[in-house]
Write a protein that binds this ligand. Structure first.
Ligand code: HEC
Length: 130
């Protein structure tokens, strides 16, 4: 029993290492940057730090202009990428207007776009397993 548990843990570690290397280091770094900026956006929204909100929204917008991002945005991901960009434009406007409610709504729309795009990527991977 103990032995098979240990084997299972090892299998999980090996499998997750496999998926991590399927991504290039460059893509991984860009994606983690995306996560950090969105975490700081939450910080800015919840504390009404409009300068930080404007800065981090711009930084996240810059990620979407990176060639690595453009390469990843295949046709089927583009609607999600558009939704993501619209949420970023709304966040920037909310920061300019110092609008707490609007920044909150736009933050939720942004997070919704993260989740719906990731769900699409996950589902298409499952469908593509050879
Ligand atoms: C339009 C599509 C899309 C949107 C929107 C999106 N992502 Fe991603 N994300 C991807 C793709 C594609 C990958 C790469 C998956 C892979 O190659 O394994 C990824 C990977 C990641 C990773 C994994 C990085 C790693 O090291 O494994 C993180 C973290 C991440 N995204 C965070 C976010 C956050 C946070 C948001 C929203 C602020 C977001 N993503 C929005 C498409 C998207």
């Amino acid at each position: 029993m103990k032995h098979s548990l240990r084997f299972l843990t090892l299998a999980v570690v090996v499998l997750s290492a496999g998926t991590a290397t399927a991504q290039t280091a460059r893509t991984g770094r860009l994606m983690r940057e995306k996560l950090q900026h969105s975490q700081r956006i939450l910080q800015a929204v919840t504390t009404s730090d409009w300068a930080l909100l404007q800065r981090e929204t711009q930084a996240l917008t810059d990620v979407t202009k990176n060639p690595t991002w453009a390469e990843l945005m295949k046709a089927q991901l583009r609607p999600y990428a558009d939704e993501f960009q619209k949420a970023l434009a709304d966040l920037s406007a909310a920061a300019a207007h110092r609008d707490y409610d609007e920044s909150g709504r736009s933050y939720l729309a942004l997070t919704g776009a993260c989740l719906s795009c990731h769900k699409h990527v996950m589902n298409s991977r499952i469908a593509n397993t050879k």
